[in-house]
Ligand binder design. Sequence first.
Ligand code: SAM
Ligand code: SF4
Length: 456
Amino acid sequence: MSETVKSEPLKKLHIKTYGCQMNVYDSERMVDILRPLGYEVSGEADGADLVLLNTCHIREKAAEKVYSEIGRLKELREEKTARGEGRMTIAVAGCVAQAEGAEIMNRAPAVDLVVGPQAYHQLPELIARTTRARGERLSADFAPEDKFDSLSAERHVTGPTAFLTVQEGCDKFCTFCVVPYTRGAEWSRPVASIVAEARSLAEKGVREVTLLGQNVNAYNGDDGAGNESSLPLLMEALSEIHGLDRIRYTTSHPNDMTDELIRAHADNPKIMPYLHLPVQSGSDKILRAMNRKHGRQAYIELIERIKAANPRLALSGDFIVGFPGETDKDFDDTMDLIRQVRYASAFSFKYSKRPGTPASGMPGQVDEAVADARLKALQALINEQQQAFKADLVGQTIDVLFEKRGRHNRQAIGRSPWLQSVFAEDADHLIGQIVPVKIIGLGNNSLIGELESVPA
Ligand code: SAM
Ligand code: SF4
């Protein structure tokens, strides 16, 4: 007699990720945790059984977006219930959950659950509790090691590139920044756990890994022999993994760029020649007020040393305009620094006042219109440099890691060593491979390439 095994229907999970790559990594890990419970990822919030908002608190706009999204979800939940499809659970994760957990519960009663960035490994238990009694809230005071200890090294991957968090938190306390309050003190994962995760990624076809940390170049995890490792040593260990051919890391602080790390850019061919090294401002007065703990000249000299170690290395950065007390002269100093360094790309932001940070109470808050104009001028300069960098690549043959199909038939999209997207025709059979490509033109935000020779 045969027995019918009744399987649980799949539950739909929708995750919306805000902010930095560390949140992208965390969202992927949340999916890994929830998949064994029968959740499958849905691109739509409509009809989802569980919606997770993985939030960012870095700027005011990012935090406010969450509240308007909760309003929209509340309506979708009512429609789902009215259709007789069961109740949608709404969870808020990430840095807004950490910083404003109680406020979210008061301001947005539709939210069932808040879970901070160090506590998401507890999601299965929390979700079970919330479905029993609405309104359960978790204290997010976990240490990062608890989280990483309970996450499996096995990851679900969807392409040849992946993020891998190696370090969390920050002890630098820049006066504008909420990270030390939302992500807590600096902590590095042990080398062995990172290598195990990277090995599992490589076995699944990942060729390029980006190591993540708020201050990733301060990485000092346990090397397994009771000693502190370092980022260059970690990358050396990762370079041994068969199939893993490209290593990147982000974000770095100038003060943690050691000689050993700079040398690694010359000695370790798997480290990509691209470095995200934010300076925020080119004015010594503003750098002091930001508590960046280095001056303008020290940054410029550091860049010279890095470029001497690897002349092919290109730079990206972060800039804040309109920090309290920033005068036209301070802003000119920033523009002048950008002209000296020449960036391949950069992120730039208007200063956003964050509650609880020292800068929020500083005198000389800059007029919105002035900050807008400065941001526009800075972005125009960065854009010029970005286009010039790309134009220099035309005519060169560069290695491209093909990642996915393009919109044209047989077109594939890959990445250059400097992170630009490269489009090539007749290349869709090369997805997952690193191939020499001749750059023949420029797209809006990309490079157009042609295969040099088609590998068998
Ligand atoms: N740890 C990195 C560093 O030291 O540069 C940055 C991490 S932070 C998540 C990313 C960027 O957000 C910063 O480099 C800064 O440019 C920007 N940022 C942080 N706080 C900000 C604020 N209050 N207003 C505007 N931009 C801010
Ligand atoms: Fe924020 Fe980066 Fe400064 Fe740390 S070093 S406080 S993460 S800007």
